[in-house]
Write a protein that binds this ligand. Structure first.
Ligand code: NDP
Length: 448
């Protein structure tokens, strides 16, 4: 291994011993960059990798709120402003009980490369809270969002940091967060959050963007393999925003998603999640207070596999769309044994590094999260452009730009992999393509 890469990985491990998800991502990204680092000794002289793995700023704060019975609760809020070399920090807010510093630092680090890949001028950040929205009333969600934004507003703004949604943060939460920002700051500030509802600055296609983007990227890979999406079966995990958008586009392109999942199991629907009724039901479930994937099995009379993951189901394509580390070696072996040829990451870091390596070694084409799911943040950046210019593009215009961006992400990743002697390795190619632009900007902006 390149000595500089190895040293920075070891130092990062020593500095962050209790952050396994963050270390997993740093190791994956930096080892992908070895061929580049070999050719650029100036990066070591400028301590570029040491700076790259250290967030520019990390904010942690108390969020106190009351439930409907008037009982007080305290959660922890975070914003990780990881790297602003390419533009204002941009990345989602996640509300989920599993949220901690390690998870948000891995998401923020990933976001830096993802945002670079989009070709748009945005830096990388991530934030959120260990608040659990499941089972909360609308009024409780509103009070939590208001308490969260009362502190967060000090740290964000249209030229510094523009947050968006993620797990547990959809249009409703973005609305409450933006309302509180506006109330405290008395300023519109170009909309400051993205993923807003359409009536006040939201972009058409933003709800669908991540899922659609996954399929636009997949189309490029299928074209490279002289293959077609038509008639293919897809195993998906999750039933939230990303899974919904992906299932919708799969159906439109003539394939069918046969699984979706939640925290308590997965559903197998051999007829496919292809009708408008089924696709709309995913939205209904996600919006319901006690959402649970079993609701889908009950409504449409299909199999529910309690506390199991969908990766044992035979499918041509696997697309995890739920959360981190849902594909370990055990699941990777099932995916390979099923003869699955394509694996695209809708969720962030859904697989362990070992699982990815195993799938690639066994001929599965892997599309990594930072490339595959970049459509969401890309359309968020397009929302920023529309807000600052006070205009709204049609859904056809946004969709065409999204398609073009996903094609350029695929092509640029493939080109970088080939240039550095790595064949059609889209995982390493995406890391290299994302890195080169950030590295160039950091080198030209001097030491800080
Ligand atoms: P949603 O909140 O809409 O949906 C999350 C889904 O994941 C739900 O189906 C949920 O099921 C499931 N899930 C959450 N935690 C767990 C868990 N611990 N175990 C099993 N299932 C779980 O989120 P999104 O669809 O927005 O995000 C999904 C993934 O995609 C995340 O990794 C996110 O970072 C990534 N992503 C999202 C983007 C976006 O635009 N929304 C952009 C880029 C990436 P249940 O309710 O049963 O827990």
């Amino acid at each position: 291994m390149n000595a500089y890469v190895q040293r920075v990985i070891e130092e990062t491990k020593a500095k962050n011993p209790d952050q396994p998800e963050f270390l997993q991502t740093v190791t994956e990204v930096l080892t992908s960059l070895e061929n580049v680092i070999d050719q650029h000794p100036e990066y070591e002289k400028a301590a570029l990798l040491e700076r790259l793995v250290e967030p520019e700023r990390q904010v942690m704060f108390r969020v106190a709120w009351t439930d409907d019975e008037g009982k007080p609760h305290v959660n922890r809020g975070y914003r990780i402003q990881f790297n602003g070399a390419l533009g204002p920090y941009k990345g989602g807010l996640r509300f989920h009980p599993s949220v901690n510093l390690s998870i948000l630092k891995f998401l923020g680090f990933e976001q830096v490369f993802k945002n670079s890949l989009t070709t748009l001028p945005i830096g990388g950040g991530k934030g959120g809270s260990d608040f659990d929205p499941h089972g909360k009333s609308d009024a409780e969600i509103m009070r939590f969002c208001q308490a969260f934004m009362t502190e967060l507003q000090r740290h964000i703004g249209p030229n510094t940091d523009v947050p968006a949604g993620d797990i547990g943060v959809g249009g409703r939460e973005i609305g409450y967060l933006f309302g509180q920002y506006r109330r405290v700051r008395d300023s519109w500030d170009n909309g400051v959050l993205t993923g807003k509802p359409l009536t006040y600055g939201g972009s058409l296609i933003r709800p669908e963007a991540t899922g659609y983007g996954v399929l636009y990227y997949a189309e490029q890979v299928f074209a490279h393999e002289h293959d077609s999406i038509k008639g293919k079966t897809f195993a998906l995990s999750g039933y939230g925003n990303v899974a919904w958008g992906a299932a919708k586009k799969i159906a439109e392109l003539g394939g069918k998603a046969v699984t979706i999942s939640g925290h308590n199991g997965y559903v197998y629907d051999p007829d496919g999640i292809v009708t408008e009724e089924k696709l709309n039901y995913l939205l209904e479930m996600r919006a319901s207070r006690n959402a649970n994937i079993k609701m889908y099995a009950d409504k449409f009379g299909c199999e529910f596999h309690e506390n199991e993951k969908p990766w044992g189901v035979k499918a041509d394509v696997c697309i995890p769309c739920a959360t981190q580390n849902e594909v370990t070696m055990e699941e990777a072996k099932k995916i390979v044994a099923n003869g699955t040829k394509y694996y695209f990451e809708g969720a962030n870091m859904p697989a362990t590094n070992e699982a990815i390596a195993y799938m690639q070694e066994n001929g599965v084409i892997v599309g990594p999260a930072k490339a595959v799911n970049a459509g969401g943040v890309a359309v968020s950046a397009l929302e920023m452009s529309q807000n600052s210019e006070r205009l709204s593009w049609t859904s056809e215009e946004v969709n065409a730009k999204l398609k073009q961006i996903m094609k350029s992400i695929h092509d640029n990743s493939a080109k970088c992999a080939a240039e550095y002697g790595l064949g059609y390795d889209l995982v390493k190619g995406a890391n290299i393509a994302g890195f080169l632009k950030v590295a160039d900007a950091m080198m030209s902006q001097g030491l800080f």
